[in-house]
Design a protein around this ligand. Sequence first.
Ligand code: PLP
Length: 468
Amino acid sequence: MTDQANQTPSPSDLPGVDEFLRLVEDCCAPLALKKKVVRGLIDSLRGRILAGGDVAAADLEPAALVRSFDAALARAERPCFRRVINATGVVVHTNLGRSVLPDTALEMIAMVGGGYSNLEFDLDTGRRGSRYSLVADLVCEITGAEAALVVNNNAAAVMLCLDTLARGREVIVSRGQLVEIGGSFRIPDVMSRTGAILKEVGATNRTHLRDYEAAISENTAMLLKVHTSNYRIIGFASEVAGTELAVLAHRHGLPVMEDLGSGCIVDLSRYGLTREPTVREVVESGVDLVTFSGDKLLGGPQAGIIVGRRDLVEKIRKNPMNRALRIDKFTLAGLEAVFRLYRDEVEAVRRIPTLSMLACSADELKKRARRLARRIAAAEIPAETRVVPTVSRVGGGALPDQDLAGYAVTVRPERMTVAELERRLRRLDTPVIARIEEGRLLLDVRTVADGEVRELAAALAAALGGTE
Ligand SMILES: *Cc1c(COP(=O)(O)O)cnc(C)c1O
């Protein structure tokens, strides 16, 4: 290395775009992409030099520039949307895609995506059919409802129902249920967008049947109950049951709607979780319309499901807004497959990943954590690892006070900070998302599939600079 190579370069030492491109002439990537990568590299080097940064003259030598180019090109050619390994233990992780679909759903999606389908074609009559009819019967069979309609997500389902049935009229809601769900879905805001008029009743912690009754007028369109999915009021609190609301509403000739949020189909208390009313129970309670998500506790693709009284669902289906919120063929395919699995509850819990992750026993998780720890130990990486009990979360705003007892592997790196390790794992080709707890990296194995254990150990070895 020459003396010059040790000096700090200035921006005028940077190569021009054309000069840089000549260095990578042999690379056969499209010219436009090469230009984009080269410009990005020059800009980044200039930024680092101006910030008084870490650029040495050696970094500007041709061989070094070509190496930087190769790495940057590889990053640019890698898809932006990638699979990640979820080691957070949060099962319905909204930032990580919420639901992992069962195999049967993936097969259906590949099948309808790879060819033509009867999406809107009635195979019996040979005429135009309705995409909505493909899953409606199945959803009714599983939930016990008279009619069903599926839209893009639950936020859309709520909007569509309010727009159809309550535009310009009052909707009575308890003050304790004016919730905000992540991503700016707030009941009062949604309501004002649809032109429905919010009529709040009761107090934050307690609302009584008489509060609803006193608020009913000739301008009332419906009574709305919202599942306070993501928080709980504990202590001196009460809300009115759907059954009672239904009796009151029906006496006044009004419908009741319940936004269930998550919406579970099987009684999860059988698997050690908090008891939540199932969609079927809510339908049976007399509520006229129920809306819930496809990708929370249901474990399917993103969708909003509306079930309930036939005349109301028909009206909602005919709303022109429905066309803008309509569900696509991949979602329909995935949703049908998932609902089919619910015909047999045991199969559903075994084969729908969301449910099997929630129902996974602590014993099983301990075994998985030990397997991971053994693999990490075999890689002889510079870190201290341990298998520890931990608490995972349901996520997705569902069952917020539910503690899921499980196991994790903690990692304390010897040659870097834990924050650096966390960052490196996030930047791998298949990123690993983990949390830091008490100065250690915590890999919660509840959300790591058995088939991902080996990959996770290898990822850790790569991030820590060892080899497996
Ligand atoms: C999650 C949730 C929504 C929004 O559902 P998306 O499917 O995410 O659009 C609406 N209401 C409640 C009560 C929820 O929990």
